[in-house]
Design a protein around this ligand. Sequence first.
Ligand SMILES: C[C@H](OP(=O)(O)OC[C@@H](O)[C@@H](O)[C@@H](O)Cn1c2nc(=O)[nH]c(=O)c-2cc2ccc(O)cc21)C(=O)N[C@@H](CCC(=O)N[C@@H](CCC(=O)O)C(=O)O)C(=O)O
Length: 328
Amino acid sequence: MKFGIEFVPNEPIQKLCYYVKLAEDNGFEYCWITDHYNNRNVYMALTAIAAATNKIKLGPGVTNPYVRNPAITASAIATLDELSGGRAVLGIGPGDKATFDALGIEWVKPVTTLKESIEVMRKLLAGERVSFDGNVVKVAGAALAVKPIQKKVPVYVGAQGPKMLETAGMIADGVLINASNPKDFEAAIPLIKKGAEAAGRSMDEIDVAAYACMSVDKNAEKAKQAAVPVVAFIAAGSPPVVLERHGIDMEKVEKIREALKKGDFGTAFGTVDDAMLEAFSIYGTPEEVVEKCKKLAEMGVTQIVAGSPIGPNKETAIKLIGKKVIPA
Ligand SMILES: C[C@H](OP(=O)(O)OC[C@@H](O)[C@@H](O)[C@@H](O)Cn1c2nc(=O)[nH]c(=O)c-2cc2ccc(O)cc21)C(=O)N[C@@H](CCC(=O)N[C@@H](CCC(=O)O)C(=O)O)C(=O)O
């Protein structure tokens, strides 16, 4: 099992560099930085992290093909790969509606857009001069003047919907699935497999990553409480099919949604129950977290990404995961 770590660049980059170096020293193999327009810039964060580390792989987790032209993303990834000595990975998903509504971007054909963007980016990263007249993506004689160090920069797709998961199985080197519970992988992995088989690929070629909300502490109750705010947002943003899968009380979710809209975090977080915590996070003592990670491994998960909050105290949690979870 590989372990990754996710950071939202919503705090000073210098602090992120410290955490990622600590994660690297504690055996984490991947660092994923989220990409939302309102946070610190993902590529500036990755540049600083690359300079502060020397072996952890790193990349956007995940960007999208709408806010930047595929050639711009390819150039950023080639630059990151050169700068990091060949450690870049590209995490890319369809993006989210809230972002595109805020930026006045039309969310056109996400599956097609993602597929075509990845095709163009791979050609550019391979040093080709690219002309591509797709349904959505069009380039005419584009070429990069910077080459990555890696012959093939791994491309991970951030996916949750069935078609996106199938598409990931068809084209991606890895899949980053925003989920923490075995039930979600029971549903997702067959879809990835279906896509892989349709493309004549084997599942061994695909790194299936659980992009989880994780909260680890020696004190189980403290770990649980630290997960509550993140779980509230996950529950509020989950589609009905996911809520039904976990038997989540829909009325409570509606109450959380309303409270979050009003900024009433007390009510929102106070409405989070154990079923939601079990469904949308991996929390507890290191020993409890090890058991939950083992269940995901049995489902076919090959990378676990420790996502926000990581623990009540990030530094303590990173060390605990490094000492007690990764080696287990
Ligand atoms: C588009 C959407 O795909 P989805 O995978 O469910 O999208 C949900 C999230 O994965 C998506 O919002 C991600 O960008 C969210 N996301 C992040 N989004 C961000 O904006 N920033 C992040 O940092 C980020 C991190 C992240 C990490 C892991 C992860 O799994 C997701 C993450 C969807 O509705 N898919 C359906 C519909 C399929 C579809 O899009 N059909 C097309 C027709 C087919 C075509 O496109 O040609 C259409 O509607 O037009 C499906 O997969 O079945």
